[in-house]
Design a protein around this ligand. Sequence first.
Ligand SMILES: NC(=O)c1ccc[n+]([C@@H]2O[C@H](COP(=O)([O-])OP(=O)(O)OC[C@H]3O[C@@H](n4cnc5c(N)ncnc54)[C@H](O)[C@@H]3O)[C@@H](O)[C@H]2O)c1
Length: 249
Amino acid sequence: MNKTKNIIITGGHGRIGSALTEFLITNGHNVLVSDIKPAKKKTIFKNGNYSFIKLDLTKEKNIKKLIKFGKKKFKIIDGLIHLSYPKSKNWGVDLSILKQTDLNQGLINNLGATIILSKNILKTFQQQKKGNLILFSSIYGVFTPRFSDYPKGKIYSPAEYAVMKSGTISFVKYLAKKYQKKGIRINCISPGGIKDGQNTKFIKNYEKNCNSKGLLDAADLNGLVKFLISEDSLYINGQNIIIDDGWSL
Ligand SMILES: NC(=O)c1ccc[n+]([C@@H]2O[C@H](COP(=O)([O-])OP(=O)(O)OC[C@H]3O[C@@H](n4cnc5c(N)ncnc54)[C@H](O)[C@@H]3O)[C@@H](O)[C@H]2O)c1
């Protein structure tokens, strides 16, 4: 039976996070969102099983604050879905002009914070003897971007993004093995591109390699998360699940 879960969502006010938070609270789960910014759609988040703590999750002291708050609120934290996505000051520039300071900031705040967050939540999951951690990678963590899809100068997929996202996948596998036999599961989701007002030329190019939709809506990921936090996926551990309408084939 799939019971009500107590779930923390980091970055729960972002593109994917808002759709997921809305979905989980309307399905009766208790959701604690941690984000650096407040929610846009205030009405949805007035629901009684939604709560919010504003924190910068690139700092370990704030990660600890979040987990302490979660434990107080829920007693048992069933799962944590990590969607916060801090970007460096000049995020998204071409590799040829990437500055070392921006690279360092990007790697530390993104992949570094993912590692530190995981370390802390897994300590709690170990104490509870249960827990479900879901990290987010991307198709660009598995496959090289099709550079020809990007109209010149419009948008760009940065090299460090591919590095962070492939790092996330290997980290998930490392963790799943390290934390075996502790009642804990750790998996990774790698979505394809999510609609966000992208350039029309890019959308058309991207669609050519997809099955039926092309860029996804954020809500298209909800079913997969629902499955991964449920008892229906009890024996799925250490996996990276791609959801991209076949783009990566
Ligand atoms: N959108 C896509 O097309 C796409 C595709 C594949 C994978 N992903 C992955 O999914 C995840 C979420 O992506 P998204 O599109 O929802 O991103 P987003 O930028 O819309 O949301 C990220 C959220 O993180 C929050 N955040 C940023 N810095 C923070 C900090 N220091 N502390 C706490 N919160 C902070 C932001 O306020 C925002 O609400 C990312 O890991 C991304 O790489 C996204």
